[in-house]
Ligand binder design. Structure first.
Ligand code: GLY
Length: 340
């Protein structure tokens, strides 16, 4: 996913659809080609369900999720299958097959998923299985645990019928060989090499689920795990309030338990946009924060169908599919002083 260039030309649109506070009904909107549910407000603006949002520019993934939602599927199936699109996309070098390896040449995946009941599943340091998000779902549904790691996660996946395969593509191997020439030990973070796919959906019943999946930081230390499989950091869903998912440097998200923070801020009354901005401010306003050296981005949705996104640096974006429109929305960002 080479995101920088096509984001550059995208218009800076406002994020979020202003709606009021009352869920008044589940009327069928017959003007849509496909049936949908509306959340209406006292001032008559409407947010139409279902809706799906995802980090970065992943229109194929949101289209898959919307296909499921429009057919009456639930948000959990939608976010899983949406994320699977990116996991299978070998051109994307930050997720699933084709993900960039750690410094030893091993592709290791982290993923998690969370449903409307607050159930969750997660896999950490998973090797040789493309669809980490689906293994995470199996952990949630078929085990008494929340998280499986490493060889145990892989053996569990194989026992569930997942086929082991080599995830290191020629392109990623070449990039790794090139990196090894200098092999700078300190990871260099930027949006070209570090893009987690996170997805949040609200189905026609108004129920929320979320998922995220990543190969993590390119050329990371062996064994390194980021925020993406950590419930509350990379992802959090509270079906009464809303949901949030993170992308960027996982270490910084974990230190602030970012996704849980965003949901809690929404619980206190903040809009998804304001909550994402506050969560970013917690990172950049830390004493001695070196935020200029890394990116973090959040997307969020609340129970009313309002959405928000915010990042530290420019060029983060959210893909949103609602009302038949599948669009990339460039995120507002904190660091207006830096030109990239
Ligand atoms: N946000 C993904 C990671 O840091 O691994």
């Amino acid at each position: 996913m080479k995101r920088r260039h096509f984001i550059k030309n995208a218009s800076l649109t406002g994020v979020g659809l202003a709606v009021g506070s009352t869920l008044v009904g589940c009327a069928e909107n017959t003007s849509e080609k496909t049936s949908s549910t509306t959340i209406a407000s006292s001032d008559d603006k409407k947010a139409t369900l279902p809706l799906v949002i995802a980090t970065w520019h992943v229109k194929d993934a949101t289209a898959k999720a919307m296909e499921i939602l429009q057919a009456g599927g639930n948000a959990l199936d939608a976010v899983e299958q949406g994320c699977m699109v990116e996991e299978a996309n070998e051109k994307g070098q930050s997720v699933g097959k084709g993900g960039l390896p750690d410094r030893d040449g091993n592709v290791t995946l982290d993923a998690c998923i969370m449903d409307k009941h607050g159930n969750c599943g997660s896999v950490v340091y998973l090797q040789n299985i493309t669809h980490a998000v689906s293994v995470a779902r199996k952990v949630m549904e078929d085990t008494p645990h929340v998280m499986l790691a490493g060889e145990g996660a892989k053996q569990f996946a194989v026992s569930k019928g997942f086929k082991p395969e080599d995830l290191l593509t020629e392109a990623s191997k070449e990039a790794w060989e090139k990196w090894k020439i200098e092999a700078k030990y300190k990871p260099i973070i930027n949006i070209e090499n570090h893009d987690t796919i996170g997805m949040l959906a609200i189905d026609k019943n108004g129920d929320i689920s979320g998922a995220c999946t990543t190969s993590g930081l390119a050329y990371k230390m062996g064994g390194r795990v980021g925020d993406s499989p950590i419930i509350g950091s990379g992802l959090f869903v509270d079906n009464e309030i809303g949901a949030c998912v993170a992308t960027g440097l996982g270490e910084e998200v974990v230190k602030t338990v970012g996704s849980f923070l965003v949901v809690e801020l929404m619980r206190q009354g903040k809009s998804p946009q304001d909550a994402c901005e506050e969560a970013i401010s917690r990172i950049v306003n830390k004493p001695n924060s070196n935020y200029k050296d890394f990116q973090v981005g959040y997307i969020a949705v609340n129970k009313k169908g309002e959405t928000g996104s915010y990042s530290i640096h420019q060029w983060f974006s959210m893909t949103k599919f609602q009302n038949g429109v599948n669009e990339q929305i460039q995120s507002d960002y904190f660091n207006k002083t830096k030109t990239t």
